[in-house]
Ligand binder design. Sequence first.
Ligand code: UDP
Length: 303
Amino acid sequence: MLKILFSLLFITSINLNAKTILVTGGCGFIGSNLCHNLIKEGDEVICVDSLVCSSIQNIAPLINNPNFYFIQADICDELTLDFEIDEIYNLACPASPVTYQVDPIQTLRTSFVGVENLLKLAKKHNAKFLQSSTSEIYGDPLVHPQTEIYWGNVNPIGPRACYDEGKRVAETLIFAYHKQYDLDVKVVRIFNTYGPNMNPKDGRVVPNFITQALSGNRLTIYGDGSQTRSFCYVDDLIQGLKLMMASKKGYTGPVNLGNPKEITISEFAHAVCSLTSSPGYIKKPLPQDDPTRRKPDMSLFRK
Ligand code: UDP
């Protein structure tokens, strides 16, 4: 067991409401956007990331900020902090189907061993804990749009299972900590999100289509393109995460977070082509267990 001990002297913040916030997966797409936002608000941020599928470049502008600390570590290893933290946002997990399938065992460990390490840390520090769960909880959904009370339709041994089932068991573990230890937990089910700091090569449809179009290549539509997704801009998502974190103790979720505007992948491809000089698209086989429809029911979040 690797133990990482940090002793940091914090500079007293001028912002009296400033919190000390741990962001795990802080160099990834959503994590880095969150770090930038929290620092802008005057909070102290400890960013932890293994850098296995993320980039230090995403937080490069923050490195010299006195309120920002970066620790390179894997959440599957125990993390010890010898100063107080108020909140933990867990965004540490590969999220693109291509990336999370590279090492399925590690993806599962991240969602169980890693999440348990963070829950222990939250318990020790009496910190609020927010989990970035996912619409993949619903698998290939038989209920549309997806409401939080729908239990999902997931293939437990398919290629996406390491992520889907990992995130499902993470929710189970988080609620077990809430029930057994009265931990202040929040679970947000994030739907497809896009924006700055996405890895252009992570295989997801937004960076794929944009990089293909800008390099003059044809877009790759998987299957017949009739499958749907609903894309949320990252700034809106960050606002939602922060609102959820600010909710009172006992408000646990799970709650959906995303854009309820649904679009087919074909429509999306046409939109990208019309804005660029892309020569069109080619069809490729649909990956196994690719969800046919996805759109969040946002009533609970709005409420
Ligand atoms: N997709 C596609 N072309 C690509 C990449 C993805 O048609 O180059 C499709 C994929 O099959 C899925 C949708 O776009 O139906 C969204 O895929 P993505 O990998 O972005 O995320 P998912 O929502 O499946 O986790």
